[in-house]
Ligand binder design. Structure first.
Ligand code: HSE
Length: 406
């Protein structure tokens, strides 16, 4: 029997217990032994809960119990979660986590400690919830040189953008409705400003590069400036707007990594990812493109990914599972130096495309029938810093700009 401790009995932690119970026949068979949740660590009591007798408040009981060999860290944060994870790994106890913040911040250090103590730090649930993406990157696509990962990694923002596109509603209205339905947090900053997606792409690009991509250095822009009017143009152009978290390997030591809303062709597989769904589009040099799609959040999908890591640990006691993620930092290219086209929306003015062409070079003006307040414009491929300095010159005639994905 494998004894497990669950740290944090919140949404994901209780999901872990539920998955182990509901799928026990399958999970035990695949683990080649029975899994048992011996302890649940939480500050709270859970009277009436079927697992109430396993709830404890002292982490040292878990640390000092030699029977417990696998911990599920579903607490979140980088304080106690970091201390507990480190202490457990130093005792040779494996840790399976959904905590993207901790993985993004201390991943390489914790992996090193795990390796030194012949145990594992596994984090399948930290990116894309229930979607298998860490395992494919670590040990399915091992014959590939991964050239790029591009993901829709945040369900809340994808839900908001999908609603804006389908209903023509503005950002504030959709956000409010999403909050009322419980799809968006009361404090939505981490989602709508792109910070959540930033941590997740830091993890994916670190695995792509085999070296550390520091999330604090990733260019991150959220979706708060996307307007309902932008979608009028997108619908006419056969395009969509998605918050993309992307990383392109430039060479072995450097990458272009960023999070921002992008205009994307409706035919692109990522444009078809709607509502709260997530997807990761991986480009390998032999396989070409592959995409991993599914539920990127939620109690049971995320818990399922945590338990899949538990099964991996139970199945391979004493074996260190392959993961290349060194502490050496990847050099991140300055986004200002990168080149692409941009969609611009400006107040309609007599000078029309003449002024726009003067500023951006020769682009395409888009005038929609029945609209007189604004016009759209697609710039030619241009360096981001040059685009921004020209865009500023539009002054208060500028109504919005969005990068175009290619
Ligand atoms: N807030 C996140 C999302 C939850 O909306 O995708 C999963 O990390």
């Amino acid at each position: 029997m494998v004894q497990i401790a669950v740290l944090g009995y919140g949404t994901v932690g209780s999901g872990v217990v539920e998955v182990i119970e509901k799928n026990k026949d399958m999970v035990n068979k695949k683990s080649a032994q029975e899994l048992n949740v011996k302890y649940i660590l939480d500050l709270r009591e859970f009277p009436g809960d079927p697992y109430a007798d396993r709830v404890i408040h002292d982490f040292d009981r878990i640390l000092e119990d030699p029977e417990v060999t696998i911990l599920c860290e579903t607490m979140g944060g980088v304080g106690a979660a970091y201390q507990f994870t480190k202490a457990a790994l130093e005792r040779g106890k494996s840790v399976c986590t959904s905590n993207k913040e901790l993985v993004a911040k201390h991943g390489p250090e914790l992996l090193k400690i795990a390796k030194a103590h012949s145990c594992n730090y596994l984090f399948e649930a930290s990116v894309g919830g229930g979607i298998p993406i860490i395992r494919p990157l670590n040990y399915s696509l091992t014959a590939e040189k991964i050239e790029a990962v591009t993901g829709i990694l945040n369900g809340t923002t994808n839900y908001i953008l999908t609603k804006m596109e389908k209903e023509g509603a503005d950002f504030d209205t959709v956000l409010k409705e999403a909050q009322e339905k419980g799809y968006a947090e009361r404090n939505p900053e981490a989602d709508v400003e792109g910070y959540d997606a930033c941590r997740k792409v830091a993890i994916l690009s670190s695995l792509m590069m085999g070296k550390n991509v520091n999330s604090e250095h990733i260019f991150t822009e959220g979706i708060t400036r996307i307007a309902a009017d932008d979608f009028c143009y997108m619908n006419a152009l056969g395009k969509s707007i998605k918050l993309l978290a992307m990383s392109r390997a430039i060479d072995e030591d450097s990458a272009l990594t960023m999070v921002a809303p992008f205009v994307i062709d409706k035919q692109h597989p990522l444009a078809m990812v709607n509502d709260v769904y997530n997807a990761v589009f991986v480009t390998g040099n032999m396989l070409g493109d592959s995409m991993y799609y599914g539920r990127g959040a939620g109690k049971l999908p995320t818990a399922s990914a945590v338990v899949s890591d538990v099964v991996d640990c139970a199945r391979h006691p004493g074996r260190v599972i392959m993961c290349f993620w060194d502490e050496e930092e990847v050099k991140l290219l300055d986004v200002a130096e990168s080149e692409r086209s941009f969609f611009v929306r400006v107040k309609d003015c007599p000078a029309g495309s003449g002024r726009l062409n003067e500023l951006f070079g020769s682009g395409d003006l888009i005038r929609l029938p029945g609209r007189s307040a604004d016009v759209g414009y697609i710039t030619p491929v241009i360096k981001e810093k040059d685009f921004l300095s020209s865009y500023e010159k539009l002054g208060d005639t500028a109504l919005g700009r969005i990068r175009i994905f290619s």
